[in-house]
Design a protein around this ligand. Structure first.
Ligand code: FRU
Length: 470
């Protein structure tokens, strides 16, 4: 007997229907990516519930199949044994419970005793004359349990807004859960009534009953809302990742609509702790809502290669889809700073080496001395000169994106992962990263290299995405 209610059954049929109907249009888009996860149709945002479960990497994501510019959110689902060959699985979470009727929002996975516990935010946004900050919205904390990693066997509402501290607005969301020292911890992002972004810490003895313990923030407000928190220890240092909203641009910092970054955390997150200086995780146009997880060997990160409320566009919308994930990256603690490098598995997609004039979808690795410039497919210029790194998208290829600059240490080494319509640029072994979508003339080829030594350019082959066999 199916465990799904009537709403979930119909939403499942509708999802399958739009995927069948509009999938071919999306698939025929020349900007469809070769080695990045995308929505089959419609819209994708945050990665959710990232985990390694029963020998599979699971990637869930915020999915709106019914419209390429977003709508109610479901949890779409891919899994892979090797991060290269993926299976597309049925949607894991529909907004089919009374506490999440306007979206199964972001959340995380806890794996224990062969069971997958998915904690997520049940979003409710009432129509009406509300500000949707202090009224007209609910951020419920919910749990979905899966025994096979493919379908949900039980749902439960865990907390409502009235269970959170009373000085908060309705904006509380994105639970990240883990087990530590025989207890369970959950952090959530929140906005106070006085307009400060904070992280809430909850504890539980049984994964079901949660109580508020304390909060983490900066002494002075740093933005009005912090979304999608993540907290972990890496080689002896704790890091708090979050998305502060409402931080004004300062020179070359915080150039995007919203910033995505981290604070080193000193002390114990459960009580007395302080945050060090905030660092942005990416200096490109399109990077948001990263989530990390440990696969038993290393801490991996995936992010959304997009930006909410951005002024720029993606021409893929006319073909019925929008957005993608970053490649999976490994995180390292280098002298107290987070450094990220593409997961080694990606080398498995290397094809033959290319001459610069042939490069289109590629992995370029080179050494650099002094100032220099790389022009990619005639329309994306990466320049580094006297401590400034600059990515310019020329003509129409940025679809509204123009330029991003960052202060940089001496550039010694570059790695550029270029897909049909994305760039991920890793500077000095991932000490700085720039992620961006771009839209060159389909078929345009070639990189022009100035001030670059020992460049090797591999063709990147396509990942496989197969219908799930289970
Ligand atoms: C971040 C975010 C989350 C929320 C989700 C909704 O991009 O706004 O805070 O849970 O997206 O899709």
């Amino acid at each position: 007997m199916s465990g799904k209610n009537a709403l979930a059954c119909d939403l499942e049929r509708l999802t399958e229907h739009v995927e069948e109907l509009y999938g071919p249009l999306a698939e025929a888009d020349p900007y469809r990516l070769r080695f990045h996860l995308m929505p089959p149709v419609g819209w994708l945002n945050d990665p959710n519930g990232l985990c390694y479960f029963g020998g599979w990497y699971h990637v869930f994501y915020q999915y709106s199949p019914f419209h390429p510019e977003g709508g109610v959110k479901l949890w779409g689902h891919y899994r892979s044994r090797d991060l290269l060959c993926w299976e597309k699985l049925p949607v894991m979470l529909y907004p089919d419970q009374p506490w999440c009727v306007h979206g199964a929002y972001s959340g995380s996975a806890l794996i224990e005793d062969g069971i997958m516990y998915l904690y997520y935010t049940g979003n409710i946004k009432y129509a009406g004359d509300y500000d949707h900050i202090t009224a007209g919205r609910a951020g419920n904390t919910a749990l979905a349990v899966s025994r096979d990693g493919i379908a949900v066997s039980a749902h439960e509402l865990l907390m409502e807004n009235r269970d959170y501290p009373q000085d908060l607005t309705c904006h509380v969301r994105d639970p990240k859960v883990w087990a530590q020292d025989g207890t369970y911890y959950m952090i959530q992002g929140a906005r106070t009534k006085s307009g400060q972004g904070v992280i809430l810490v909850f504890g539980s003895e049984d994964k079901i009953h949660w109580s508020y313990r304390n909060r983490i923030t900066t002494p002075e407000p740093f933005g009005y809302m912090w979304e999608c928190p993540d907290l972990f220890e890496l080689d002896g240092q704790w890091f708090l990742l979050c998305l502060p909203q409402g931080v004004a641009r300062q020179g070359n910092r915080y150039q995007n609509q919203y910033t995505s970054g981290y604070f080193p955390l000193y002390g114990d997150f459960r009580g007395s702790c302080t945050l060090g200086d905030y660092e942005e995780l990416d200096c490109g146009f399109d990077f948001y809502a990263p989530q990390t997880f440990h696969d038993g060997r290393r801490r991996l990160l995936l992010g959304w290669m997009g930006m909410p409320d951005a002024e720029y566009a993606n021409p893929t919308v006319k073909n019925g889809w929008q957005h993608c994930m970053t490649v999976p990256c490994e995180l390292h603690n280098v002298g107290g700073r987070l450094v990220r490098t593409p997961a080694a598995e990606l080398d498995g997609l290397h094809g033959r080496t290319l001459a610069p004039e042939e490069a289109e979808v590629f992995d370029l690795q080179c050494r650099v001395g002094g100032n220099g410039r790389i022009l990619i497919r005639g329309c994306a210029a990466l320049e580094w000169e006297d401590g400034i790194l600059r990515l310019s998208l020329l003509g129409d290829c940025g679809a509204g994106r123009t330029v991003r600059s960052a202060e940089t240490e001496t550039v010694r080494q570059l790695r550029i992962l270029a897909d049909t319509s994305s760039l991920e640029i890793f500077v000095n072994g991932g000490r700085q990263v720039l992620s961006a979508r771009y839209y060159p003339e389909p078929g345009a080829q070639g990189v022009r290299l100035d001030g670059v030594e020992d460049a090797v350019i591999w063709e990147m082959k396509a990942m496989q995405i197969l219908p799930g066999k289970f």
